[in-house]
Design a protein around this ligand. Sequence first.
Ligand code: GLA
Length: 390
Amino acid sequence: MELNRRTVIAGAAAAGIAASTLGSAAQAAPSATGSSPGRGKLLRELFGRLADGTKVHRWSLENGGTRLKVLSYGGVVQSLEVPDRRGRHANVSLGFGALDDYVASSPYFGALIGRYGNRIGRGRFTLDSRTYQLSVNDGDNSLHGGAKGFDKHVWDVEPFAEGSDVGLRLYRTSVDGEMGYPGTLRVKVTYTLTRRGEWRVDYEATTDRPTVVNLTSHVYWNLAGEGSGTIEDHELTIAASRYTPTDAGLIPTGELAKVAGTPFDFRRAKAVGRDIRAGHPQQVRAKGYDHNWVLDKGVTARPEHIATLRDPRSGRILRIATDQPGLQFYSGNFLDGTLTGTGGRTYRQGDALCLETQHFPDSPNHADFPSTVLRPGRTYRTTTVHSFGV
Ligand code: GLA
């Protein structure tokens, strides 16, 4: 870690430093960290190097009681700390302490996912009478953008402070044909920490040829703290009356099934573990929950509240608002005790869960699902807001 080269901007938001000058201020003015409640804070340090020597930086942000650490590699949320009911902070997202682990074996911990969140059946779709073959990396299917998705690239990162917010803008250009997808896709993702400690994610993308796009974030939540054990006691609410059942490869069959009377009903707060062993064929297939919930609100112009996660032990609460039509709830089924996380503890099945706001999996092959097509001249825009409380 090159601590001597770290760059710190303390109280940048409160001081009203313009976003454009922040980058150069960061390079020029190393200073002490020091936490000042309510004042946004940003810091950059070298996190590691890829095999080819490319530097990966880690940005630390703090605002409104939330502390966020983000890697330029994959836009990874490496750590996200929020207070419990007694004001004690814990890192509530799974991750690793070293870059090598992210490169070698990360199941998308905290990463930005693109070009397409979740699966596309047989990695194939047809758009405007042309069929595209994508990178296949999950059995017969393409998962999370293919073998080298957005999670495995180094992004350009630009810090900003605007009003009382601090944040990062992450940029990358995905060239025409990358992982089989048509069109040069220019992507900008903005992570904002607000003065109330919310973590807001704004995604934007444009293309020069018709394509499909479905971006999301793959944070693994454990509100009791990463490495502290199972999330089966966490209570979850999802504002969805239907979900999309899947085939053996976890590709939606096309049916929108009712959650009523099934283990998939989270319309009222329910412990994640309550029905997880109910033996429903869909759960047996997925080894737990790994499905897309069809949000009752549908696509909306603005983010609306769609899910609440609460850990009764610590009192920590996460509320999610989105403009997207779907939520992939994945109960950490593939964590198998082979990965050791940030705090030096192993992660076992069900030690975290993901709540990925997005369009439905395999939408390019389902004409009746909300469309994920992006055409030249249009801008893909979507927002998800994570609010924390006790
Ligand atoms: C998503 C998928 C899961 C799994 C995880 C990553 O949530 O739905 O099936 O692939 O990502 O392990």
